[in-house]
Design a protein around this ligand. Structure first.
Ligand code: HEM
Length: 321
């Protein structure tokens, strides 16, 4: 284990980190279970947490990268690590996934887990543990991740094109999330993931490069965004998702209320009666808890369990039998 503390010490660290700010999920009906690896790999969550702590310390873009990756995994073929698979026509190659990053952090976590418990823990579970840890390490609440997912062996580029787009209307967003079993209020709270990270100018420039600019933008924010995204650099520049984009907090919702939501899909949540209540309801401490609960729900979408799929040895490759 090199410079690492002992597994027992790591287990204590992670237990404390989770107990400080965590929620217990409602019973799952998916075959997943909190503590699934209690006997087969008791130190798994401590190992992933420690690995994520190292990765996020070395690179502060890792936490948002992993959180988004977990979302893109669950929305395409369920939370089965299909988003991690390498290959010419896999989800990773889809236009919607070109900005995904943080794969090295998942590789590091999965390798560390394989060293301790070879062939036991799925890459899909490692990704969900890592997403929870990304939120904790960025300042949010943790949650107990129901585990026992198995890894898929199929990843198809075209399927990732159905991921929600930033230009979608609220009705379209409600529809896409509804098809995954998530309610409009869960969609609103999960959009709060945009409290960390960055978005490229090309994902929102249609709001500011027109005359007049998108009227839902606060004028000062429109001016700020134009300054951030000069036309010549529009392909290569990214802007913070909210005004405290390194910290997991409820600022995203405060910004939306102030007309400073970055994407059309963010700002329009305020102007639809089905979602505006959620924007106000999450504009404070309730957000942390609501987000944790919604993540537990999202992490159970169309999972493989039992004898389905496999336990992948390498995070980005199907096992060769
Ligand atoms: C409601 C529908 C959503 C839309 C339309 C959407 C769209 C986007 C877009 C366009 C970006 C910019 C990234 C890029 O293009 O490279 C982004 C970033 C991000 N999204 Fe979403 N997203 C949605 C929901 C979610 C959800 C549910 C999560 C997680 C629970 C999430 C987590 C993130 C994170 C953390 C980032 C920052 C990524 C980074 O800094 O690399 N998003 N999103």
């Amino acid at each position: 284990m090199g410079r690492w503390p002992s597994p027992a010490l790591l287990a204590i660290f992670v237990t404390i980190a989770l107990a400080m700010n965590s929620i217990i999920p409602a019973a799952a009906h998916t075959g997943l279970k909190v503590g699934f690896y209690r006997h087969s790999c008791p130190q798994v969550e401590a190992i992933v947490y420690n690995s994520m702590a190292q990765s996020t310390k070395a690179d502060d873009t890792v936490a948002p990268g992993i959180l988004r990756m977990a979302f893109h995994d669950c929305f395409v073929r369920g939370c089965d690590a299909s988003v991690l698979l390498e290959g010419p026509n896999t989800e990773r190659r889809a236009r919607t996934n070109t900005g995904l990053h943080g794969f090295d952090a998942i590789d590091a976590a999965k390798r560390a887990v394989e060293n301790a418990c070879p062939g036991v823990v799925s890459a899909a579970d490692v990704l969900q543990f890592a997403a929870r840890d990304a939120v904790v390490l960025a300042g949010g609440y943790g949650w107990h991740v129901p585990a026992g997912r198995r890894d898929g062996t199929v990843s198809i580029m075209e399927e990732a094109l159905n991921l929600p787009a930033p230009s979608m209307t609220v009705s379209q967003l409600i529809d896409v999330f509804g098809r995954k079993g998530l309610s409009p209020s869960q969609m609103v709270v999960l959009s709060g993931a945009h409290t960390i990270g960055k978005a490229p100018c090309v994902t929102f420039d249609d709001r500011v490069q027109t005359t007049p600019v998108d009227p839902t933008l606060a004028p000062s924010f429109a001016t700020f965004l134009k300054g951030q995204c000069p036309y010549a650099a529009i392909q290569s520049t990214s802007v913070d998702m909210d005004s405290t984009a390194h910290t997991f907090d409820s600022q995203y919702f405060k910004d939306i209320i102030a007309g400073r939501g970055l994407l059309t899909s963010d700002q329009s949540l305020l102007y639809d009666s089905r979602t505006s209540g959620g924007v106000y309801a999450n504009n404070g401490a309730a957000f942390y808890r609501n987000f944790a609960k919604a993540m537990v729900k999202m992490s159970q979408i169309e999972v493989l369990t039992g004898l389905d799929g496999e336990i992948r040895r390498q995070f980005d490759q199907v096992n060769s039998h």
